[in-house]
Design a protein around this ligand. Structure first.
Ligand code: SF4
Ligand code: SF4
Length: 93
């Protein structure tokens, strides 16, 4: 069961999680993406990224708050159609 980035990452995008992921499965294109995305097919569920995130934006799928569950679909879309996924990332609060 993979981990997901959520709304607190939008606009924050400091990449602390990217640096600790042992399988480099957290992606964010410099200057284009407004949030990072975890590749659910590559994540090995190690949880190393969770404490690394300064805004607590990363959750295991089972622990996703109801309001954040839409990021499951947005994440899946990111790894098939990045432009479509970017269009679905909400505005920064
Ligand atoms: S849980 Fe582990 S493998 Fe998955 S994104 Fe986080 S650091 Fe990477
Ligand atoms: S550490 Fe948190 S805020 Fe920074 S890119 Fe990762 S999920 Fe986003």
């Amino acid at each position: 069961m993979p981990f997901y980035t959520t709304s607190r990452c939008v606009g924050e995008l400091n990449r602390m999680c990217v640096d600790v992921c042992p399988v480099q499965c957290i992606h964010a294109e410099e200057g284009v993406d407004r949030m990072a995305f975890i590749d659910p097919g590559a994540c090995i569920d190690c949880a190393a990224c969770v404490p690394a995130c300064p805004v607590s934006a990363i959750f295991a799928e089972a622990d996703l708050p109801p309001a954040e569950r839409s990021f499951i679909q947005v994440t899946a879309l990111y790894f098939t159609d990045r432009a479509a996924a970017r269009a679905r990332v909400p505005a920064t609060a």
